[in-house]
Design a protein around this ligand. Structure first.
Ligand code: GLN
Length: 451
């Protein structure tokens, strides 16, 4: 009830939820109380969560923040949300996002922008919460949920976590099932938890993860006890500092928190090691070929026939055209155009195939670095939260936000962001930890130590 009250008080301004499922939440809470009373409480019994509106929830509107799905009520539950329900969680509602998770500021939602609950010192400007999981991040930061689900294709959990002063984890690709999560770029999309602390994220991920035969890229590996990894000694761990993340023109503040992070880990007994990830500079360019390519293919299914919105017309072609023209927003259209172009017969080798080859080189960089170190420490984003309106004229300026988060996505390795300090203007700043494939545990241990 307290969380529903908070939503009622703050959501009209912050716009973090698209749909609030108050009745359902209260029913689920009563059920959780009964389970606990019988001594049958589970890991998440009664824990109120926000669910990014990209996860299909049975009987509950699921929009992907797009007009084209504004009336879509899935007849099934995504695997990740089914796991959370199995473990007793209470769903408060569906959180806002960039349309189809394409964006870094939560300004492309068909249901309006989300406002970051933080304000700059002495300034009332509307700040963005980051994206695409901006609604989830804002909901947790404003205490409109204890935790929330996010999805991360190129940074969509980590960057909004950093902008809103919370913790967000992108697990290894294949750790969480993608079944029932609306697809953006299937070879990159991963679900993960967003919460106030590393330990909260550890409990949530333990529930969300796990093998699912319905997703062919889900990996059949046991899910470790992530909570047990929190609090382990860090003595002797090797922490890599990748030279290539020291980009030209990086702000003093970001350099400052990175330096602090290094010092804290040294005090905790870690050894700092300089490493190189030489193909980092190609990360953004290749991501913005691979992700749109997969998006153009995935979004072909929204044709007005099987689900979602249909704009009636006299011919079938005209119906497709009008449905897609009216249903998709500008950023989604831009991605579909780029994706269709790089996949087209004349350009496939020059763009898509080349990007895939560079992706392998990026992945190999990480594998090589992890022969020397246990975890990598970098900033999460090149800046603190910015004001709505900034970086909006030029899409490339927006894409630059993802410079530190995209490489881990391309490599499929796990990465998290945790809040470590404030900017001079009083806004949260985050650091990123990147781990070996399927070694989220070391990342959690180090994150817990940094926190
Ligand atoms: N900002 C990136 C993009 O727009 C990442 C989005 C995401 O991770 N879903 O593609």
């Amino acid at each position: 009830k307290a969380y529903l009250d908070a939503i009622e008080a703050h959501n009209p301004r912050l716009n973090a939820y698209i749909t609030v499922t108050a009745d359902q939440a209260l029913e689920q809470a009563v059920k959780a109380d009964q389970q606990i009373a019988k001594g049958e409480g589970k890991a998440l019994s009664g824990i109120p969560l926000g669910i990014k509106d990209l996860f299909c929830t049975k009987g509950v509107l699921t929009t992907a923040a797009s007009r084209i799905l504004e009336n879509f009520v899935p007849p099934y539950e995504s695997t990740v949300t089914a796991h959370l329900l199995r473990d007793g969680a209470v769903f408060l509602g569906k959180t806002n996002l960039d349309e189809f998770a394409m964006g870094s500021a939560n300004i492309t939602s068909a249901f309006g922008a989300v406002e970051n609950p933080w304000k700059r010192k002495g300034d009332e400007a509307f700040l963005v919460p980051g994206g695409s999981s901006g609604g989830s991040a804002a909901a947790v930061a404003a205490r409109m949920a204890l935790g929330a689900t996010g999805t991360d294709t190129g940074g969509s959990i980590r960057q909004p976590a950093s902008f809103c002063g919370i913790t967000g984890v992108k697990p290894t690709y294949g750790r969480c099932s993608r079944w029932g999560t609306i697809a953006f770029a299937s070879s990159l999309d991963q679900a993960g938890p967003m919460a106030r602390t590393i330990a909260d994220c550890a409990v949530m991920l333990g529930s969300m993860a796990g093998f699912d035969p319905k997703d062919s890229t889900s990996v059949n590996r046991e899910v470790p006890d992530y909570l047990a990894a929190c609090g382990k000694s860090l003595k002797g761990l090797k922490v890599g500092i990748p030279a290539e993340y020291q980009i030209a023109g990086m702000s003093e503040e970001i350099l400052g928190i990175w330096q602090k992070g290094k010092e804290w880990l040294k005090e905790a007994g870690c050894e700092l090691v300089d490493v190189s990830l030489p193909h980092t500079k190609y990360g953004l360019a290749t991501y913005y070929i691979v992700a749109p390519a997969e998006c153009s293919s995935n979004l072909a299914r929204y044709d007005g026939v099987r689900f979602g919105r249909r704009v009636e017309a006299t011919t079938l072609d005209e119906m497709y055209e009008r449905t897609r023209a009216e249903g998709f927003g500008d950023e989604v259209k831009r991605r579909i155009l780029i994706g269709t172009y790089v996949l087209s017969a004349g350009y496939y080798d020059a763009y898509y195939l080349k990007a895939q080859k560079i992706r392998t080189l990026i992945r190999n960089d990480f594998i090589k670095a992890f022969e020397q170190v246990d975890v990598l420490l970098t900033p999460t984003a090149p800046s603190a939260a910015f004001a709505k309106g900034e970086k909006m004229e030029d899409p490339v300026q927006m894409y630059l936000n993802d410079i530190f988060t995209v490489p881990a996505s391309m490599a499929g390795v796990p990465a998290l962001s945790l809040p470590v300090g404030l900017s001079q203007t009083g806004l949260p700043l985050g650091l990123q930890l990147i781990g070996r494939h399927f070694d989220e545990e070391t990342m959690f241990s180090v994150g817990y130590g940094l926190e």
